[in-house]
Design a protein around this ligand. Sequence first.
Ligand code: AMP
Length: 593
Amino acid sequence: MAVRKTKAGDQAEEGSESVDGKAIEGFAALGLQPQLVDTLSQLGYEEPTPIQREAIPPILEGRDLVGMAATGTGKTAAFSLPVIERLASLRGKSRPVALILVPTRELAMQVSEAVHRYGRALNVSVLPIYGGQSFAQQFRVLSRGVDVVVATPGRALDHINRGTLDLRGVGMVVLDEADEMLDMGFAEDLEAILAETPEGRQTVLFSATMPPRIASIARQHLTNPVQIRIEREQVAAGEMPRVRQTAYIVPRAHKLTALARVLDMEAPEAALVFCRTRNEVDELTEKLNAHGHRAEAIHGGMSQEQRDRVMKKLRGGQAELLVATDVAARGLDISHLTHVINYDVPSAPESYVHRIGRVGRAGREGVAITLAEPREHRLLRSIEYLTKRKLEIGRVPTIADLRTRKLELLRASLRETLLAGDADRYRVVVESLSDEFDAVEIAIAAVRMAHEAMGGDVDDGEDLPDASAWAERPSRERGTGAPGGKDRKRPAGRDGDERGPRRGAGARESLAGSTRIFIGAGREAGVRPGDLVGAITGESGISGREIGAIEINDRFSIVEIADDVANQVLESLRGGKIKGKKVIIRRDRGPVR
Ligand code: AMP
């Protein structure tokens, strides 16, 4: 097997061309056509990620490839872009021309959306096919002909068996998250599907881990594949700055709320907030300003003059947040930074180290905060592995935390005002009221007015569900405040017997038309109702209202889910992990209690 290696940290140097907007040449240099490069530029991508830099050229050459990459590294684009680029040359008598196999319905939709986004300008047609959706609808689109099919193995095989999916024209097959597909028991389905495709096809396999079974699949079904392995830079123990590092596991839909709450809690003096793309930088800056923060955007598409203006605002204290891409932030020197915030987990752990190296300088303590989606927990582990430090998994501040914090800040400001003196002209106001009211009451009213003038309790939303239970790590490794810590774990019954069910999430009512879902983890694994609600809403995208009663037993839990979304939940949770362990998730077969 040919092995190509790269250093993950090898990226454009400070002050390189990338800063003035030419970084997109990075994609053109990989051999992609101008129209695709333009699309990436419009999406705000500034440079290829390490896995993209390594994988795209050999796939474009038509080579088979085995790539080791987790979600969040940019692997979807690493295979989708060359698939799109090669479609024209591979198109023959029948379609689809490319087949991408993924383990879950959610991933099928995500990958399909990505192919659609990247290939829109080139009129690429793509169809996701997964269980739970009507065959007829999928068949209608298939019979019209699509270039790319993104499928879960089970449903792909069902279509093949019904004669509604013809793979004879397939020139490229991608196996995405191959380890997950094997873990979910799809090995035989994969074999059967591959047998339906032409011998001479190109095959690309991505997997987060490389167990022997994956190597065996690669040997059997791939021809002399290029193997992409991103070599890790070594970070010496003494090199890591003194930085308090916390990660929050937050579903995408809640990220902005989570960030706003963490910022309110941390009240940073000057923070650098990293996003992956220019578009995300602009969008987040706008949203943060709408939330009452003073944020400025900086990215590779801005002129030097614009960048200087932004930096001046940050240094002068007119802005407290600088929202940036990695490319734009290289070369910036901000001495008084207190916080680095990763709105997205960086695509390579080495970027994380570079990013957080901007705080904690000269013996000062810095803070690094990372928001990770439940699916990105592997990237957090790679970061821990590289930095040899545990990341504390935090819980997003609750409304009560924020209220307390706000009062604390108010108290500190009052104290400063008292110490500053020079307030005699206000004395007459207090004295004139003191005949009628007690001095403490007058002070309380003044504090209330100050509180309201400072915006009062700005955030009157709901507490976010706790999705941190999906971090794939044993509970004992977690930081304080994480669910399922030792303190919360209940001892097992004496003979290991199941104790009776406890109705969790007391306020949750039974749903009318609902399906009971069995989850193979319960009280003994430290599972709490919030963990289940967080995991279910986070992974499947359904709303908390579609979840009914929750029963937590010693070894398992039962959750009621509205009938019309039950399949969606079952499919998106298949292969999911709770407290680092794979758990069985299925329809409950037991009697209705
Ligand atoms: P993936 O690892 O494929 O799940 O991708 C993670 C995220 O990174 C997705 O939201 C992509 O849109 C984004 N992304 C992929 N490649 C790049 C890039 N070169 N620059 C910026 N963002 C990217």
